[in-house]
Design a protein around this ligand. Structure first.
Ligand SMILES: Nc1nc2c(c(=O)[nH]1)N[C@H]1C(S)=C(S)[C@@H](COP(=O)(O)O)O[C@H]1N2
Ligand SMILES: [Mo]
Length: 188
């Protein structure tokens, strides 16, 4: 009787020790994974080329002292490239647009807000609900019909909606969100 209860206690002790060890491994391991994830995305690479887009406001990842993100062509080239064929209210016929999804740009800077204030080089400013970029494949276009967009012609960045694919987007309320000559986004 005495003997077996000692064995039982020893068994309990070993089991508890194993559980503690397991908990420690899981805890330390989990933290390590989290630390690795943060270090990978925490620091946004500095812009090495001409700055195409400035992002400020409610963003997590920045590369400027003033808590803004300056993005150049290289930042955009590292994101998945996306193509949309659509007609627009500003051009004739169906055009091919290449660029990156706005939602991927927002992910890159860790944007967390409800709308964007988009500002263009010509002073045009408009508010765009964040939901647009998750409901639709909205493009930040860099090219139209294979040609790079220039500042003199809607560039260097143009917000392009997949207008022809969605009835709802064929509306003036969306047309005014097609900001051409895009310069800055403020996440609010
Ligand atoms: N940079 C910039 N983007 C802009 C505008 C503008 O004046 N400047 N006008 C908006 C409006 S009101 C509309 S309806 C669409 C199409 O305008 P457009 O036909 O003059 O090109 O672009 C939008 N994007
Ligand atoms: Mo407009």
């Amino acid at each position: 009787m005495q003997h077996s209860s000692t064995r039982l206690n020893r068994y309990r002790l070993i089991t508890q020790a194993k559980l503690c060890w397991l908990a420690l491994v899981l805890c330390v391991g989990g933290q390590k994974v989290r630390a690795d994830m943060v270090s990978e995305v925490d620091v946004l690479a500095p812009a090495k080329q001409e700055v195409l887009l400035l992002i400020t406001g409610a963003i997590k990842y920045t590369n400027q002292g003033d808590h803004s993100a300056h993005l150049d062509a290289e930042h955009l080239q590292h994101l998945p490239q996306h193509t949309i064929h659509t007609s627009t209210v500003a051009t004739d016929g169906v055009k091919r647009f290449d660029g990156v999804l706005v939602r991927h740009v927002l992910d890159l800077v860790g944007a967390h807000g409800t709308y964007l204030e988009a500002q263009a080089h010509n002073g045009y400013t408009v508010h765009i609900p964040m939901d647009d970029f998750f409901d639709y494949e909205v493009l930040m276009a860099t090219h139209m019909d294979g040609k790079q967009l220039e500042l003199s012609d809607k560039g260097p960045l143009w917000i392009v909606y997949p207008r022809d694919s969605h009835r709802k987007l064929q509306d003036i309320r969306y047309d005014y969100r097609w900001v051409w000559q895009l310069k800055q986004l403020t996440v609010k």
